[in-house]
Design a protein around this ligand. Structure first.
Ligand code: NAD
Length: 494
C-alpha cells in the first residue's frame, strides 16, 4: 500500500451522490439530502439523496420492467458472464479509489478495507460470473411415458438491503449471484455507507449491465427500506444487518406479498480457548484481532472469550497485551490496525454496554472509553471485560464494537453450554490440540461457522450464514445461488 497515493485520494473533494435508477443519477423526489459524516473526523464529507417511498417505487418499477423485457435475463449466459467479468475488472482497476472512498465513509482501516472491500467484491462477482454457465437444470427419474424437467429460473426482482460494515463485500455477496442468475436488483445501502455501492453500480453500467437491472436507492431504512420490504413487486428480499430490522422485514413480507426473506444477522460468537491450545501466545494474538479489527464491527467477531479456568488470568493478560499493541486511529494510515467506530450513535452505544457490564459486576481490564476525541472522529480503545456471567447483558447482546466479554469455564460440557446460551448462532472457534475435542465442539456448538485453532478468515468457496436468530440461508459459495432462483417443473407426457 502506498501512503502517498492514499493521501492524494483522501484529499479529493467528494461530490454529492444521488440515486442510480434506470442508469441515471436521480435526486430524491422532494430534493432532500442526507449529510454523510466521516467517522475519521466527524466532518460532513458529502451528501446522498434522502430517498422517498416514491423514489423506491420508481426504482422497483424500473427493475421490474428490466426483468420483464428480458434485457438481461434474455441474454445468452456467455454475454452475461462477459459483462460481470468486465465489472470485476473495473472494480479491481479502481480498487484503491473505492477503498479510500469507503474508508472516508465508514472508518474501516485501509489495509483491511482494500482486501475485504473492492478485493473481495471483485472476487465475488467473478466467482458467480464463472459459475453462471455451469448451472444446469435437471431431468427427473420419472416413469418412461413422462419427461420431468426441472428448470432453474431467475426469481424476478430482488430487493437487497445491506449494512454499513463492509458494504462492497456484503453488497457483492448479494449482487453477484442475483445478477448472475438473470435477476434485476434494487439495492438499498446503509445510511452511513452508501458511497462505494453507488460507485460500484456506476461501474456495472460501464461494464455493460443494461440500465434498470441494478438500481440503487439511498436514504433511511425506515422510509426507503420499508418501502422495499412492503413492495408488492419485489420477489425476494435479501438482507444483512441487525436482528431488529430483520424481524421487521419478515413482518413487511407477511403484510405484503409474502416475498421470500433471507436474513444474515448479528452474532455473539464464542471463542473457546482450552489450556491445550497448540500455541497460547498465537491464540491470544489472533483472538485480539478476531474481536478488535474494524473496531469490532464484524458480524462474526469473536466477542465472547470463553477461557478454561486454569489459564484464565494468564491468557487474558496475553490478549490484553496483544490488543494494546494494536494501533488504533486514523484508518487511512497504512499501519492502523483498528479504525474508527462508524458513527457517534454507535460509539455512544458501545460505551453504554461497558457501563452496563460494570454495573452487572464485570471488571474492565483495558479500555472502556473513547480516545482521540480531539480529532473529532469516533475512536474507542479496545476493551476487555472479565467476570462476565453467561446471563449478563454483555454476554447476551451483540455490541458491534471493540468490546470483548470474558467468561471462564471448567469442563467441555460447560463450555458448550455457555457457548450455546444466547439467541445467536453465527460463528465460533475452538483452540485445542485434541482432535476429538475439536470435532465435538464443531458438532455441539450451534453456529454457521466454527474455526479451529484460528479465528476469522474464509473465502468465497464456503457459505456464511447463521442459525437461530443469526439468520437463515447463506451468502457465498454455490449454495447462495438457491436464494436467487425458482425451481420450475415441466411435466411432459410423451
Ligand atoms: P441495521 O439493521 O440497523 O441496518 C441494516 C440496513 O437495514 C441499513 O441499510 C438500514 O438502512 C436498513 N434498515 C433499517 N431499518 C429498516 C427498516 N425499518 N426497514 C428496512 N430497512 C431498514 O444494521 P446495521 O447497524 O447497519 O448493521 C450492523 C448489523 O449487521 C449487526 O447486527 C451485524 O452483526 C449485522 N451483520 C451481519 C452480517 C452477517 O453476515 N450475518 C454481516 C455484517 C453485519
Amino acid at each position: 500500500m502506498d501512503q502517498g497515493k492514499i493521501d492524494i485520494l483522501r484529499a479529493r473533494p467528494v461530490p454529492a451522490f444521488s440515486h442510480l435508477i434506470e442508469g441515471q443519477h436521480v435526486a430524491a423526489s422532494d430534493g432532500a439530502t442526507l449529510d454523510v459524516v466521516s467517522p475519521i473526523d466527524g466532518q460532513v464529507l458529502t451528501t446522498v439523496a434522502r430517498g422517498t417511498a416514491a423514489d423506491m417505487d420508481t426504482a422497483i418499477a424500473s427493475a421490474r420492467a428490466a426483468f420483464e423485457d428480458r434485457r438481461w435475463a434474455g441474454q445468452p449466459p456467455a454475454a452475461r458472464k462477459k459483462v460481470l467479468m468486465k465489472w470485476a475488472d473495473l472494480i479491481e482497476a479502481n480498487a484503491l479509489e473505492l477503498a479510500v472512498l469507503g474508508v472516508r465513509d465508514n472508518g474501516t482501516e485501509i489495509g483491511m478495507a482494500l482486501k475485504a472491500e473492492p478485493g473481495s467484491a471483485a472476487a465475488t462477482i467473478r466467482y458467480y460470473a464463472e459459475a453462471l454457465d455451469k448451472i444446469y437444470g435437471e431431468i427427473a427419474p420419472t416413469a418412461g411415458d413422462i419427461l420431468g424437467l426441472i428448470h432453474k429460473e431467475p426469481v424476478g426482482v430482488v430487493g437487497a438491503i445491506v449494512p454499513w460494515n463492509f458494504p462492497m463485500m456484503i453488497g457483492a455477496w448479494k449482487l453477484g449471484p442475483a445478477l448472475a442468475m438473470g435477476n434485476s436488483v434494487v439495492l438499498k445501502p446503509a445510511e452511513t455507507a452508501s458511497l462505494t455501492l453507488l460507485r460500484l453500480a456506476e461501474l456495472a453500467l460501464e461494464a455493460g449491465l443494461p440500465p434498470g437491472v441494478l438500481n440503487v436507492v439511498t436514504g433511511e431504512g425506515a422510509v426507503v427500506g420499508q418501502a422495499l420490504g412492503l413492495s408488492m413487486d419485489v420477489d425476494v428480499l435479501v438482507f444483512t444487518g441487525s436482528g431488529a430490522t430483520g424481524r421487521r422485514l419478515m413482518e413487511y413480507a407477511a403484510r405484503s406479498n409474502m416475498k421470500r426473506v433471507y436474513l444474515e444477522l448479528g452474532g455473539k460468537s464464542p471463542n473457546i480457548v482450552f489450556a491445550d491450545a497448540p500455541d497460547l501466545a498465537e491464540a491470544a494474538k489472533v483472538s485480539a484481532a478476531g474481536i478488535f479489527r474494524n473496531a469490532g464491527q464484524v458480524c462474526v467477531a469473536g466477542s465472547r472469550l470463553l477461557v478454561e479456568a486454569a489459564i484464565h488470568d494468564e491468557f487474558v493478560a496475553e490478549v490484553a497485551k496483544a490488543a494494546q499493541a494494536m494501533r488504533v486511529g486514523d484508518p487511512l494510515q497504512v499501519d492502523t490496525q483498528i479504525g474508527a467506530v462508524n458513527s457517534d450513535v454507535q460509539l455512544a452505544q458501545n460505551l453504554r454496554f461497558v457501563d452496563t457490564a460494570q454495573a452487572e459486576g464485570g471488571q474492565v481490564v483495558i479500555g472502556g472509553h473513547r480516545i482521540l476525541a480531539e480529532t473529532g472522529g469516533y475512536y474507542m480503545a479496545p476493551t476487555i471485560v472479565t467476570g462476565v456471567t453467561p446471563d449478563a447483558t454483555l454476554a447476551q447482546n451483540e455490541v458491534f464494537g471493540p468490546v470483548l466479554a470474558v467468561t471462564p469455564f471448567a469442563t467441555d460440557d460447560e463450555a458448550v453450554r455457555i457457548a450455546n446460551a444466547t439467541v445467536y448462532g453465527l460463528a465460533g472457534a475452538v483452540w485445542t490440540s485434541t482432535l476429538g475435542r475439536a470435532h465435538r465442539m464443531i458438532r455441539d456448538v450451534r453456529t454457521g461457522v466454527m474455526h479451529v485453532n484460528t479465528y476469522g478468515g474464509a473465502d468465497g468457496t464456503v457459505p456464511l450464514g447463521g442459525v437461530g436468530q443469526s439468520g437463515n440461508g447463506s451468502d457465498k459459495s454455490l449454495h447462495a445461488i438457491d436464494k436467487y432462483i425458482n425451481l420450475k417443473t415441466a411435466w411432459i407426457k410423451l
